[in-house]
Unconditional design. Structure first.
Length: 151
């Protein structure tokens, strides 16, 4: 008679672990639309207002300051910016609020906008005003504003 013996064979195992890491960077970006005032009538007794937007996208929870420089017009300041047509200048200002009382500049702690990034991009309105009754010649007046985000 044949007999069979059962042999137990066990598989050997060993384990290890490994770390998984990622570094989330603090980054910000900003995109701004053009500010278009349209037609300005120098004899009008009302200021000419317009607005545009600056959209900020940052890593969630990032604190930032959004600043606007004085522009490229000769003699411009953040209080009185200058649209230019040749050597002619048309004064205007940019504000953080729709009442146009809070000048928007580029000095942190003084006239920049402070915010903290959330889950979605943040849209900031920029409110512009060309002052009434400026004596200037007809023409197309332009300026370029640099938007800076500090984080």
């Amino acid at each position: 008679m044949l007999s069979f013996h059962t042999i137990n064979v066990r598989a050997a195992t060993t384990t290890t672990t490994f770390a998984v890491t990622a570094t989330v960077l603090t980054v910000c970006g900003v995109v701004a639309t053009p500010l278009v005032f349209g037609n300005y009538n120098p004899s009008d007794t009302n200021d000419l207002d317009a607005a545009n937007i600056a959209t900020v996208t940052c890593t969630v929870g990032t604190s930032y300051n959004l600043g606007l420089d004085a522009g490229t017009g000769a003699g411009a300041t953040v209080t009185t910016r200058k649209l230019t047509s040749g050597t002619d200048l048309l004064n205007y200002s940019l504000y953080q609020d729709p009442a146009r009382t809070n000048i928007w500049g580029n000095t942190i702690g003084t006239n920049t906008l402070s915010a903290t990034a959330g889950l979605v991009p943040t849209v900031h309105n920029v409110y512009g005003r060309i002052f009434k009754e400026q004596v200037i010649p007809a023409g197309i007046y332009t300026d370029t504003i640099t938007v800076t985000i500090t984080y």
